[in-house]
Design a protein around this ligand. Sequence first.
Ligand code: ADP
Ligand code: ASP
Ligand code: MG
Length: 410
Amino acid sequence: MNITVQKFGGTSVADTERIRNVARRVCESRSRGENVVVVISALGDTTDRLVKLAYEITPSPREREMDMLLATGEQVSVALLSMAIHELGYEAISFTGAQVGIVTDGAHTKAKILDVKVGRILDELEKGNIVIVAGFQGVTLDDQITTLGRGGSDTTAVALAAALGAEVCEIYTDVDGVYTADPRLVPEARKLSHLSYEEMLEMAATGAKVLQLRSVEFARNYGVVIHVRSSFSREEGTWISEGDERMEKAIISGVTHETEEAKVTVFNVPDRPGVAARLFQALAAENINVDMIIQNVSADQRTDISFTVGLQDLSKAAEISERVAEELGAAGTVVDEGIAKVSLVGAGMRTHPGVAADMFSALAESGINIEMISTSTIKISCVIRAEDALKAVRAIHAKFGLDKGVVMRA
Ligand code: ADP
Ligand code: ASP
Ligand code: MG
């Protein structure tokens, strides 16, 4: 069976007119004989509003209840889209994640998909239905509703594409592809026609919110090609697949930034084996993803350890750090929310020396101080002051001439 998986994000279904637009696009594919599975997000800023409501009730909502709340957003949109499709004279049926069998682990608010049962979807496609699945949500083996972390509908879509054997997963959004930087902040940014999984993974991991990181991991693991494109135009978007000979060989793919992180520093910890392990084990036990880590040069057998975490995990991370700091006899813990991380991603870094030096000089020329640095083979990230983020992204983008054209590898 030839199956097309199409995902439409929140802005693409922000109001009833846009829902009708999505319905028309989906029906066009159906009229070409495709078997269409649609994944959609909650309407517009629904998820943000639900989060805000929860925090009006309590500063520390339980994560299970958060999932019960947030999963409602997508249930609204699937039903409305199904109705809009019926209005156009096509058959469609909507499902929650639990109904179709998107099985996840029990890590509420950032659950991981363990299994996707496709039987029910295939039955409905067989009957001629367009199948609409609520993004961003799943169910545990003991029937708890879970959500997949912000932006999780992308992951629902790619996981379904993988499970259904669809060759391409189409991600429809409010920009027409993946750009060399967030096009809303850097108007000169250019659309990339192709990216390898590896490049897109680094971009997503460093703040290019156009795709959730997990969705790219899924795509790479199962060989699903992703096509990121606009809900509002017919233009070809950005293709994400395994790198091959025909692909653009850009030295640099793009500049990304992340402002939703904070830095935690534990001061004056004893510099002996097992200290870092103790701290980071305690964080991992609570499912907290730590991003960058630095340990300062020690003096008098004492040292400082700093790390960055997502803002959503900050209060938990700070609490744990304080507890461990006390146990270790450290001087204390300080939290700094005023940071941003800017990153430069490009597969050509492996073979082109001097990329890091150019990035640091772009920051220096703009008078921006670097507080932390981390690298991978194809990425350089710097922590800077949050208020410098935009200036930094623009300066690095210009330094590498990304506005003028993509610099190709030989
Ligand atoms: P959706 O609601 O469709 O899931 P998102 O808001 O999650 O959409 O993702 C699309 C947004 O990602 C764009 O509006 C854009 O501002 C942002 N974005 C950040 N970095 C990039 C990038 N490098 N290329 C394209 N879009 C980006
Ligand atoms: N509605 C969820 C969110 O806003 C999931 C998504 O849009 O992908 O994060
Ligand atoms: Mg998104």
